[in-house]
Design a protein around this ligand. Sequence first.
Ligand code: ARG
Length: 472
Amino acid sequence: MPNTNDENMKDQSDTKLWGGRFSESTDAFVEAFTASIQFDQRLYKHDITGSKAHAQMLEKVGILTTEEMQSIHQGLDEILVDIEQGKMEWSIALEDIHMNIEAKLTDRIGLAGKKLHTGRSRNDQIATDIRLWLREQIDLISDEIQRLQTGLLDLAEREAETILPGFTHLQVAQPITFGHHMLAWYEMLVRDDERLQDCRKRVNILPLGAAALAGTTYPIDRAYTAELLGFDRPANNSLDAVSDRDFAIEFTAAATLIMTHLSRFSEELVLWTSAQFNFINLPDRFCTGSSIMPQKKNPDVPELVRGKTGRVNGNLIALLTLMKSQPLAYNKDNQEDKEPLFDTVDTLLGCLRAYADMMPYVEVKADNMRKAAMQGFSTATDLADYLVGKNMPFRDAHEVVGKAVAYGVETSKDLSEMSLQELRQFSDVITEEVFEVLTLEGSVAARDHLGGTAPRQVKKRIEEARNNSSLT
Ligand code: ARG
């Protein structure tokens, strides 16, 4: 069997697997500088899975005998066990996960091990490993998103009728229900998960068979390898398959949006736990104290999540910059894709986990929320709408209510605390039943349409969301 690949195998295990054309050994620093085994070892399982499928395909098309394929499978299975039991010795000299495993395989099974790399290159191998790994991580992330969503729906249900002030410009705007507020977070996560599922379709394409860049002279069966590995199909172009990391960039972009959303939740939790708002309590086990101020209980989890958004944004920029202007096909630059990608996944999983764990224990201080909603004239729009109902044009109604609010500021009274006589100074169309719309309950109940804050709508959406297949 001719060995025409980019990396010619050498017999001596103490030299590089690609050492044939070299006349001096690699500089020690350069060896460590160019190695990736320090971080790509976490791809070991996916590298082995990919190699087993490759060997099986080689056997199917007659390049490996059944015995060779079986021996490769057995050797790889044993290596997997060794790695999981911490018995594998990783070697910087062997550069990366692919060559570490391949060298170990050859040590173990001899000649058949040296045939494994037929018809492939580390270029299509790494592109395959990352995709296999990322596909699995996307599924784990999606599970955590759904766990957080379940927590949000439960909290929304518990507090469907609880009233707090809704804000615009962080100024009291209109009363809303706490359930409605939780559902806003829920909806963001629905889109986040959709983005991940969409990205997953483009991750789930098989690069293997592209070999170094141009394909291979062997009669390989890429569709079979794709099927064995659960990929939707093989990639259509070998140059593109080994070189582009757009799927990783796209995933990281989706991750930045998830983190952006979590940072927004975080900011609200931080505000709400402050003495000034005092809207919620977070369990002690999710908070920490101060080494100097004995009274402190800090909302560290939301603060850290908010802060970690920065590193995920940074990872996106790192990956975009890494890919920018790269000529076809594979360049060593791409080895730099792993750490930002791994860090993005680890950060995201950690943040989602902390939030999903914390959500069932968020304690709502309904009385304080209610008090806050009574300040800041949150039912002013309801009074204007009431006047419109009495045939006053909206602009005029806005003006009348503005004057009533100015009077309220002067006398320190909420609209609902003024007497009928006081309110009638501003318009004589106002009658006794105005108080029904000026109450907080009346205000929220009146916004009873799809997407509105009324408790009835909140409960409807919760039920609908729970029946949604994506949550089961
Ligand atoms: N460690 C490399 C990476 O992460 C694997 C592919 C290397 N290919 C090569 N021809 N040097 O991208």
